[in-house]
Design a protein around this ligand. Structure first.
Ligand SMILES: [Fe+2]
Length: 385
């Protein structure tokens, strides 16, 4: 066995996987139906298995026999094209890994504290019902039921002094489908309702099965912001019946801010709140340039640049679930974004916008590994209160 060539082939296989994962991430950021996305994903499933087999068999064990001490000079031109592509893929993987580990949080994040709660332990059983993904939900290594309660403080130069101390509960991606039982969400909502906040904001993906719309009063219905509860919907709501979901949320007093802005008067200051469900539904909201503070709920973090152009000061997003699985060393892999895993979760700054991307609370596939479900209470601080 030629171990150096084995290592090079391993890196090429990793590069090939990176290319096809990038393909899946980009196509899943588009407003396509579940059926089309499923068909597009099949190509990825085939290529991440077939290409490594071809590399091992046709380059490693036969042909130039690289794994058996053969020479790279015997590799044909057509293979060199594939090798170069896989090499670029491997470089992309190294860039993604270094970004995951070494990109510092923006200076606007001045404090963060976290508490985790094992909801299954607190309930005394796994809150899982029969369903398509029941086995996945029951896997012992599943971190889906360990919820991280975060307190984050952001200091923003654009925040008027009158809004200093404003609190926002940012929740996202609850994905009611039925496999994870209603009691899980009821428990989390009960926990959240114990702390008062000024605004409650939900950034989309509530329903994956219309049978679960009736859960809304006993879950989100428990939450109450001093100045209101606001929502937008996400692509998974779009796959269902979004108008029925909006009506159910209206019925518990939540306010739909999709495709529009509304002004909230706080301490004689106008906070302008807008909602963006594009590219799946509606249009982007138009903010007033003279609003004192502009807050945007946007399902996908892909619209970060649009928010900057609109002069948004704080953008709350979800959609990518932190990747749901974060591998050791590598970090998140699958993230349905045109930026791949760059905005899988976390806090990002680009003048004049601070973006908070929640990992969300659940997912259509009820499995998480090293990527805890998240709810976040944000406190905003002015620079010189
Ligand atoms: Fe989602």
């Amino acid at each position: 066995m030629d171990w150096l060539n084995a290592l090079i082939l391993f890196c090429l296989i990793a590069g090939n996987t990176t290319i096809w994962v990038a393909y899946v991430n980009r196509t899943h950021s588009l407003p396509l139906s579940c059926g089309i996305l499923h068909r597009l994903r099949r190509l990825h499933d085939i290529m991440i298995i077939v290409v490594p087999l071809l590399l091992i068999v046709l380059l490693g064990l036969t042909g130039p026999k690289l794994l058996l001490g053969g020479s790279w000079s015997d590799v044909s031109t057509i293979w060199w094209v594939a090798i170069c592509l896989c090499g670029f893929g491997f470089l992309g993987l190294l860039v993604a890994i270094s970004r995951h580990w070494f990109q510092p949080p923006p200076t606007q994040l001045v404090s963060i504290s976290s508490k985790t709660i094992d909801v299954a332990h607190e309930l005394g059983h796994l809150p899982v019902k029969e369903g398509k993904y029941e086995r996945l939900a029951r896997l012992s290594m599943n971190h889906q039921f360990t919820v991280e309660l975060n307190e984050k403080t952001f200091q923003l130069a654009a925040l008027p002094n009158e809004l200093d101390g404003l609190t926002i509960l940012h929740i996202s991606d609850w994905h009611f489908m039925g496999t994870i039982d209603k009691e899980f969400f009821e428990y989390v909502a009960e926990l959240l309702s114990a702390n008062s906040v000024d605004l409650v904001c939900f950034s989309g993906d509530l329903i994956d099965s219309m049978d679960c719309v009736e859960w809304i009063p006993d879950t989100l219905g428990k939450l109450s912001g001093k100045y209101g509860n606001y929502f937008i919907l996400g692509n998974h709501d779009w796959y269902q019946q979004p108008e029925d979901i909006r009506n159910a949320l209206h019925n518990i007093g939540w306010i739909d801010v999709s495709s529009r802005t509304l002004n909230i008067s706080l301490n004689e200051i106008t906070l302008q709140l807008g909602g963006d469900e594009t590219p799946w539904m509606g249009s982007q909201p138009e903010f007033d340039s003279d609003a004192d503070f502009r807050l945007l709920l946007c399902h996908t973090p892909d619209n970060f640049k649009d928010a900057q152009r609109a002069g948004v000061h704080l953008m709350l997003a979800g959609h990518n679930h932190g990747g749901q699985v974060q591998l050791p060393i590598i970090g998140p892999v699958y993230s349905p974004s045109k930026y791949g895993t760059r905005y899988a979760s976390g806090i990002f700054w680009s003048e004049p916008t601070l973006m908070h991307v929640s990992r969300g609370l659940s997912g259509r596939h009820p499995f998480r590994f090293r990527c805890l479900p998240e709810v976040t209470r944000i406190t905003l601080r002015a620079e010189q209160p």
